[in-house]
Design a protein. Structure first.
Length: 94
């Protein structure tokens, strides 16, 4: 393989990594959107398994297999965090 082939391969890998990352974020948003706020923060294992399945469904067509998905940290936006605080405050006052 010549230098051009190596460079083409490197660009292709970078594009695949970017595509997988974008696909993962899209699928994560979709799955979290199906859950209420409590479930979203307590369901990392479930979300990881669902993402792994969803990602492999697409990436195997590209010749790529995802072997593991790990959600290290979920940070809600300021709007979602404020909404969650008001829900918890309302639930405690009743």
């Amino acid at each position: 393989m010549g230098i051009e082939g190596v460079l083409r391969f490197a660009r292709m890998c970078a594009q695949v990594f970017k595509a997988v990352r974008e696909l993962c974020l899209t699928q994560l948003r979709e799955e979290i959107g199906k859950l209420d706020i409590d479930q979203a923060f307590s369901s990392r294992e479930h979300l990881g398994k669902t993402l792994l399945s969803d990602l492999n469904e697409v990436t195997q067509r590209w010749g790529v297999e995802i072997t593991r998905v790990e959600l290290q940290e979920l940070q809600p936006t300021a709007t979602i965090a404020a909404g969650a605080c008001s829900v918890y405050t309302g639930a405690r006052s009743h």
